[in-house]
Write a protein that binds this ligand. Structure first.
Ligand code: FAD
Length: 474
């Protein structure tokens, strides 16, 4: 029996599979499409996802194919980025989703993940030992755990009967890449005029006469999987701009809605949900892919611990306890941003007020820490301000902290050299080193880089280690 089957080979699914492999867990990814999509949804990675890539040794390959931009201002309200963002990566790494997906997939294959394309999950059942999945061709496969990373219309979520409460799509937007006969200056001038009253409109030059075109759809379709026709693009461009710019030769065409929904639970026995399968929201602020990759980063080591038999009670359930509120917060900030981007007088006056408030450095930083996810703090109870937060990368005498985390182990950063992780040495690396940037004697980091404990007392540490890393090996 396979350890873990993952339905869906998008960024969440392949990231999760790689995390599982780091811990020696077999991961089989089932992807219904036979070929990767050309549709460019996400346009880049925010600071926390860049850190995640760094923590797994993938930073260089992402930097090589991406372009650094200033962090995105909240709701597009023009403000300079705040000073002193608590990260070594205070930028957006612009990189189109098909490239992100390809890099994550290549990494997954390198670490031994099996990805089967053209395999659509259509049925599932579970018992005390595992889950059985049924594929569209009638094949049955069995695994100890199943994770639905199968996107916003998740079959796994529906088969589980997990409720997906929230708001339905009320507005739909057409998105595509196509060539334009109009000259670039005229395109830019017309777009600027239309955007005074419609922010869901744009033609961005990608190069070689190809543009990324965004325009509101006429209504809301039943099935958004059916791409719009070129004629539909032309009709909507004419409706909003009075010209269709001579669009032709589309590379791809798609449509997206603004539904905002959050799964009521992330775990049903041996079946879990992650990424868009668990939460959907409009793309404002560019957060969905980032959120899914970070779900995978949270879940991977916990599920691996369960499979490998050392997970303490409640560790796997902490995936939902920690990640559900983070997604709820993202949904809320996208609702807020969507409202602030309306050109109606009410939202516009709130936008002006917001703009004034963002002149306060603390407010601006708070908002950016939300959208970049560097402000995420899991609730580990009362304690030091670092507790529950991820620790930023630090320069140490023996290298950078994140370079020491590639294996996906826990890590005790011991600045006093008096502590020990004997009994947990197979799960927790002990690094005796120091950084002027870290103002605590020692910090215990989970494999996802979140701080589980700070202090200097060995007895306290020995009480904390089993909560995350299970019983000691004698
Ligand atoms: C216009 C637009 C712009 C966006 N921009 C950004 C952005 O800038 N930044 C950002 O972070 N996010 C952005 N997003 C969101 C981002 O694209 C998604 O959040 C992200 O793709 C979710 O990843 P996922 O792996 O969870 O799901 P998906 O990428 O949807 O992958 C799910 C996979 O599961 C497969 N699948 C589905 N059903 C089955 C089945 N039954 N069996 C097997 N396989 C199945 C699908 O084929 C697919 O490959 C944007 C989205 C849109 C629409």
């Amino acid at each position: 029996m396979t350890d873990v089957i993952i339905a869906g080979g998008g960024p969440t699914g392949v990231m999760l599979a790689s995390e599982l492999r780091l811990h020696g867990v077999d991961a089989l990814v089932l992807e219904k499409e036979t070929e990767p999509t050309r549709v460019v949804r996400a346009l880049g990675l925010h600071a926390r996802s860049i850190e995640v890539m760094d923590q797994r040794g993938l930073l260089e390959r992402f930097l090589a194919l991406g372009k650094k931009y200033p962090v995105i201002s909240f709701a597009g309200i023009p403000k300079p980025p705040p000073d002193r963002l608590d990260t070594a990566h205070p930028y957006v790494l612009g990189i189109p989703q098909p490239t992100i997906d390809r890099l994550l997939t290549e990494h997954a294959v390198e670490v031994g993940v099996e990805i089967r394309r053209g395999c659509e999950l259509v049925g599932l059942s579970q018992d005390e030992e595992g889950a059985t999945v049924e594929l569209a061709d009638g094949t049955e496969l069995r695994s100890r755990y199943l994770v639905g990373c199968d996107g916003g219309r998740s079959t796994v979520r529906k088969l589980l009967g997990v409720e997906f409460p929230g708001e339905p799509t009320r507005i739909e937007t057409l998105l595509g890449e196509m060539e334009v006969t109009e000259d670039p200056e005229t395109v830019a001038a017309v777009v600027a005029e239309v955007r005074k009253t419609q922010l869901r409109f744009g033609l961005g030059l990608l190069g070689d006469g190809v543009y990324r075109v965004i325009v509101p759809a006429e209504g809301v379709t039943e099935d958004r999987a059916v791409p719009p026709t070129l004629e539909e693009f032309k009709q909507q461009l004419r409706a909003f701009a009075g010209t269709d710019f001579g669009v032709h030769s589309p590379r791809w065409r798609s449509r997206f809605g603004d539904a905002t929904r959050l799964a009521e639970r992330y775990r049903t026995g041996r079946v879990l949900l992650a990424g868009d399968a668990a939460h959907i929201h409009p793309p404002v602020g560019g957060q969905g892919l980032n959120l899914g990759v970070q779900d995978a980063f949270n879940l991977g080591w916990k599920l691996a611990a369960e499979v490998n038999g050392w997970a303490p009670d409640g560790l796997l359930d902490s995936y939902q306890t920690e990640r559900h509120p983070v997604a709820a917060d993202v949904l809320d900030n996208t609702r807020a941003m969507s409202t602030l981007m309306s050109v109606e007088p009410g939202p516009q006056s709130v936008r002006r007020l917001m703009s004034e408030l963002m002149d306060f450095e603390e407010v601006n930083r708070h908002l950016i820490e939300k959208t970049t996810a560097i402000g995420v703090r899991y609730d580990f109870g009362e304690g030091h301000e670092l507790l529950g937060r991820r620790l930023r990368d630090l320069g140490l005498k023996q290298g950078r902290l994140y370079e020491l985390m590639h294996a996906g182990h826990g890590l005790l950063l011991d600045q006093i050299g008096r502590l020990s992780v004997a009994g947990w040495a197979d799960r927790v690396d002990h690094v005796v080193d120091g950084s002027e940037e870290l103002d605590v004697p020692a910090a215990l980091l989970r494999p996802d880089g979140h701080v589980a404990w700070v202090g200097e007392d060995q007895q306290e540490l020995v009480r904390e280690l089993p909560k995350w890393f299970g019983a000691p090996v004698s």
